[in-house]
Design a binder for this molecule. Sequence first.
Ligand SMILES: Nc1ncnc2c1ncn2[C@@H]1O[C@H](COP(=O)(O)OP(=O)(O)OP(=O)(O)O)[C@@H](O)[C@H]1O
Length: 227
Amino acid sequence: MSLIRINHLCKTYRMGEVEVSALQNIAMKITAGEKLALYGASGSGKTTLLNIIGCIDAPTSGEVRYRDTVLDYSARRQLSQFRLQQIGFVFQSYNLMPVLSAYENIEYPLLLTDKSKSERARLVDYMLKSIALDKFKNHKPKQLSGGQRQRVAIGRALVNKPTLVIADEPTANLDVVTSKQILNLISDLNRTEKNTVIIATHDPLVRDYVDRSVMIRDGKIREVEDV
Ligand SMILES: Nc1ncnc2c1ncn2[C@@H]1O[C@H](COP(=O)(O)OP(=O)(O)OP(=O)(O)O)[C@@H](O)[C@H]1O
């Protein structure tokens, strides 16, 4: 079953006289439960596409359908509620809050829900175990390695049990061994949490950890390759 269907999706950035056509007539389907890699050179449109799928940015034209619902990008409040409930983000630079501990960083998105303190504690403790960082729960980001920071970021993205996980270059700052650990963790959590994962990347390693790879070039999907 499709989780996401994208049709005729275009995004044009306008800066004064200059127009950049970042996405051109994208069409794709993403199946519920699959792990998809989105490959493409710098400037090819990966982040733009992820931001639109992730409800951070709106397309210029075209539609994104989640299950049977066409997203309404003009309904800002509804869209951010949808994003909070359904989507978890992992970024290249971790984007953790430096003053908060690993525990508090993971708890943070739950503070935006109506979950009680004890329910939050249960979810954060479960996630800390899942990412094998329960012994580091009181460490601040600067007291953690790059791989540990990315694990915290994954914990934060997944603690609210999103249906979709969007990872933008999650291994870009990591060495090969740590990258493999992070990709194994994303794969394990995809299995146990039954989420759907989209990873935008340049990293050839990612191909070994996904069900399908898609190539984006100059804002167009150019190649789909089953792996
Ligand atoms: N906010 C913006 N305003 C104007 N142009 C933009 C904006 N964001 C992206 N672009 C342009 O859109 C195109 C696609 O950019 P995008 O960031 O999606 O590429 P990318 O594949 O994610 O690149 P990278 O791998 O370097 O992150 C580029 O030409 C970029 O310059």
